[in-house]
Design a protein around this ligand. Structure first.
Ligand SMILES: N[C@@H](CCC(=O)N[C@@H](CSCc1ccc([N+](=O)[O-])cc1)C(=O)NCC(=O)O)C(=O)O
Length: 215
């Protein structure tokens, strides 16, 4: 059966790969699974057909035969369970890699999303100037801890895993803020993720759809 994912008809980021379909594309490329993409508009996402796949009217979704999933982390985990390449075979190492998947989405990403919200959606609020430094410091607190744990290792726990795929993807959301570059080892970690052939293919595929058309 053909795997089909959904993605923005036109991503607001203009092809920077920050929308979450890029994470699923990356995982599919890492495990060598071909896939098709159904592009959806904002209107499509709120229509009954899509809501049947995604109760919150978002992208990405994942369909493979009779199975349909939503939640990027869940889709990546499903692919990692089903195919080699994203989780170690040794049970303890596999469990630790899954821990890093949750850490990326549950511990590191929330303050980063708060910063994205503060910078993009709250910049015009009268209290924004007072709030932004507090939000940035909450992100720095997490990055300090992650940076200390990673040290100069290539990946978070031995070989590259789905935990790294999600952690690199989460840290990429930081790039527009400049905060990532305050941590030499985290910036290098993200660059290692971006240098992976699977990521390069995933990024190119979404860029082909979302790149700004030449004026
Ligand atoms: N928890 C869900 C969250 C999914 C989600 O946030 N989807 C977003 C797109 S990825 C988030 C995103 C959007 C835009 C950019 N950007 O830079 O332009 C980056 C990331 C969406 O569908 N938004 C439309 C809506 O909610 O109506 C998951 O991880 O799959």
């Amino acid at each position: 059966m053909t795997i089909t994912i959904t993605a923005f008809e036109r991503s607001p980021d203009g092809g920077k790969g920050l929308a979450r379909d890029t994470r699923v594309r990356w995982a599919l490329e890492e495990v060598g699974q071909p896939y098709e993409v159904r592009l959806v508009s904002f209107e499509d996402m709120k229509a009954p057909g899509h809501l049947a796949l995604h109760p919150f009217g978002q992208i990405p979704t994942y369909e493979d035969g009779s199975l349909s999933l939503f939640e990027t982390g869940s889709i990546v985990f499903h692919l990692a369970e089903k195919h080699a390449g994203l989780l170690p075979g040794v049970p303890d190492a596999r469990a630790r890699a899954i821990t890093w998947m949750f850490a990326a989405l549950n511990t590191v990403e929330p303050p980063i999303l708060e910063l994205v919200t503060a910078r993009i959606f709250e910049a015009d609020k009268p209290w924004s100037e007072e709030r932004l430094p507090l939000v940035k410091d909450r992100v720095r607190a997490r990055l300090d801890q992650l940076s200390s744990r990673l040290g100069d290792a290539d990946w978070l726990d031995g070989a590259f895993s789905a935990g790294d795929l999600l952690m690199v993807s989460v840290l990429l959301r930081l790039r527009p803020s400049g905060l990532l570059d305050e941590y030499r080892n985290l910036a290098a970690y993200v660059a290692r993720g971006e240098a992976r052939p699977a990521y390069i293919r995933a990024f190119a595929a979404q860029f082909a759809i979302n790149a700004p058309s030449p004026s």
